[in-house]
Design a protein around this ligand. Structure first.
Ligand code: TRH
Length: 384
């Protein structure tokens, strides 16, 4: 099977993060021949260091990467894919759509949608939508947390490998050393902090600094790291130690290393759409900052997620995680909520493990997408 996957980087790293994972999985686990069209190779390079932003075409981990620019290169019959994926509301150029429509046996066209835990997704997943002018039909493919959706991205062997890392001090030490953090294991608590801006973060940092327990707080480069550096100028060196707290600014690491980071930390603050799912696979207590939308639409999405995720949780856990998530997403001081959360981390971790067990009983997104596409292509070839 040949697949063209189109990815436009709107901002941040979620679009390319999701597309890059999917492309690798289709190639490595399903032996599809994948071309990933990306319009921003500089962002791509941050999460895959082998990418050269100056190349129009390059091979990376057996995936063909093509720089998607305003003018597409001339395409021939030999370039025809079986499947075209339009990821996360990017718009495929009209010349490419006309090219798709020119074939007697047309490629299958999927729109890979944004993640949502809302119920309406069940009714929309896999629905067709005819193109208004061209003889083409696209299908909506929704990721999600239930069997009535397209599922979540999860590589084969991932859970086993992360569980092993979480359980083996030697593997963790190796990992910390590879990041230049040989002293990480000396801290009683390690927190990864991947978030957008947080206007009221200072009291929480003071709380961590004043605590008896020592904390290593790892902050990837980005807006929040910049904000923290403005708050504490000593952080310009990439490190700040205040009493029990040590803050370190981290360079972006490749995706598989980021997964390990989450498995090696005790608590993970995650954001957007992809790192939150990786936090599920690490199964440690996590706090999610959802990507902001106009008119607070993201809070409805966040609530739908919390309702689903916390369905089987105790009332105490529900109350604590609900309040902490709301405060974090509203950029309020979380000191009080975090103190409660800290007391419950063991129970929350158990709950997260159960939630993970429920999710991993379901087929992963790439496998669902392969089965769906192959069935549709067989049907359309039988009828033509
Ligand atoms: O970067 P994000 O905020 O991305 C967002 C969301 O996806 C949002 O829904 C989308 O609309 C917007 O982008 C355009 O957060 P997210 O989704 O977690 O993506 C980050 C990616 O970066 C993810 O694939 C993990 C990866 N990553 C690394 O590979 N290495 C790192 O060191 C870090 C910190 C992240």
């Amino acid at each position: 099977m040949r697949c063209d996957l189109f990815c436009s980087v709107v901002d941040n790293f979620g679009d390319i993060g999701i597309c890059w994972r999917l492309a690798r999985q289709l190639q490595h686990e399903h032996q599809w021949q994948v071309t990933l069209w990306v319009d921003d190779l500089v962002s791509f390079q941050k999460i895959c260091h082998g990418i050269n932003p100056d190349f129009a075409t390059q091979q990376q981990q057996q995936v063909l990467i093509r720089h998607w620019t305003a003018v597409l290169p001339e395409l021939s019959q030999a370039d025809k894919p079986d499947l075209v994926i339009e990821a996360l509301a990017c718009t495929i150029p009209s010349c490419y759509l006309h090219w798709m429509a020119s074939f007697t046996e047309k490629p299958l066209w999927l729109n890979l949608e944004y993640l949502s835990a809302e119920d309406w997704v069940h009714g929309c997943h896999a629905l067709p939508s005819p193109h208004p002018q061209l003889p083409l039909q696209k299908y909506f493919f929704f990721p999600g947390f239930t069997p009535q959706t397209g599922g979540l991205l999860r590589e084969q062997g991932l859970i086993e490998s992360l569980t092993k890392t979480s359980a083996t001090a030697e593997l963790q030490q190796q990992f910390w050393c590879s990041l230049g953090l040989a002293d990480a294991m000396d801290y009683q608590q390690k927190i990864s902090l991947f978030a957008y801006s947080q206007a009221a973060i200072e009291p929480w940092l003071n709380q961590l600094a004043a605590a008896e327990q020592t904390t290593l707080l790892l902050v990837p480069q980005g807006q929040l790291a910049t904000d923290l550096t403005q708050l504490f100028s000593e952080l310009k060196t990439g490190r700040l130690d205040i009493k029990s707290l040590s803050i370190r600014i981290l360079d972006f690491v490749p995706q598989p290393e980021y997964d390990k980071l989450l498995a090696c930390c005790d608590i993970n603050f995650v954001r957007g759409e992809d790192s939150v799912i990786r936090a599920h696979w690490a199964a440690k207590p996590f706090v999610w900052q959802i990507y902001r939308q106009d008119e607070q639409a993201h809070l409805i999405k966040l609530q739908a997620f919390l309702d689903r995720y916390l369905q089987q949780a105790s009332e105490q856990q529900k109350d604590c995680l609900q309040k902490l998530h709301m405060a974090w997403n509203l950029e309020q001081d979380i000191s009080e909520e975090f103190a409660l959360f800290s007391n419950l981390t063991e129970q929350i971790q158990k709950h997260n493990k159960k939630w993970q067990e429920y999710l991993i009983q379901q087929q992963d997104l790439a496998s669902n997408l392969v089965r769906f596409s192959e069935n549709k292509l067989i049907m359309s070839r039988n009828f033509s």
